[in-house]
Write a protein that binds this ligand. Sequence first.
Ligand SMILES: [Zn+2]
Ligand SMILES: [Zn+2]
Length: 359
Amino acid sequence: MSKSSVAAPATLKTVGYGSNSAQSPLAPFSFERREPGPRDIQIEILYCGVCHSDLHTVRNEWQNTIYPCVPGHEIVGRVTAVGNQVKTFKAGDVAAVGCMVDSCRSCASCRDGLEQYCEVGFVGTYNGEDKHLGGVTYGGYSDKIVVDQDFVLRVPANLDLAATSPLLCAGITTYSPLRHWKVGKGQRVGIVGLGGLGHMGIKLAHAMGAEVVLFTTSPNKKEDAQRLGANEVVVSKNQNEMERQLNRFDFILDTVSAPHNVDAFLQLLKRDGTLCMVGASPEPFPVPVFSLIMKRRQFAGSLIGGIAETQEMLDFCGKHGITSDIEIIPIQQINQAYERMLKSDVKYRFVIDMASLKG
Ligand SMILES: [Zn+2]
Ligand SMILES: [Zn+2]
């Protein structure tokens, strides 16, 4: 080899499921990951949760998908190798990876530990810019992943690994706003929608000591919501039930990812109350300004959480014995799982058992 030639980086053959276009289903796909560098951790993926963002991205519903696309950002696995500068993990440890695998690390948000708001954009676990190999990052619907140690999380020993994986997105997405708006004892908190996000919102707000009210369009979800920790369940299509809730809430977390009547929920806030969106509707919808002005109410949004806060959330869940309610599937059923997810036919998160990749 001549001096001037640049050696191609060493790579690891990786198998997973990916899609080649917005119209094509997920199918077996092989690709390369980097060999772990000095600060990297290589993880054998055991479980990966199925997030609604996976489906939005695979189908290019946010119009930013780079194909081929390997989704998955609710990853729990076992460390198989570490770089020589890694002190915090060793081979055999359980490790988790969420929605981010890197960020600029120098902007104001990164310095504040809020990498999710990185001012040049965090590196997504999938559909992000791969700074090491070039091209796009590939996510957790695969047998292994290599991640910088600063973006790898610890799982409390008492938690079930499969049921922990959805905490990495659904858990932190609901935990971060509940913490930011200081939800706790003596507060009345609403959760809108009982899906993957909503069911975590109920469990977490309940564990934080708040009085929790679930808003749902389906009366048949009442019992389940109470089992998850809701003190009350309100059918949002029922005008009488909604009127009884006017001006009673300190905070409402809205997990619905489609356009809907947010004014119906703004009206339920007390003075200075906040309605925070975490459902990511691709379509805009109207927000009546008078509902905000009249009681100094706030209409807000929140995106996942930083790495330190994600670890705090996992530790909180360990302390309170909280995991997600899940249905485990082999990866061969992922396309059917997407169809069921669109019909809200899952309680409350699909998790892929990655051992099925070898089957
Ligand atoms: Zn997600
Ligand atoms: Zn940054």
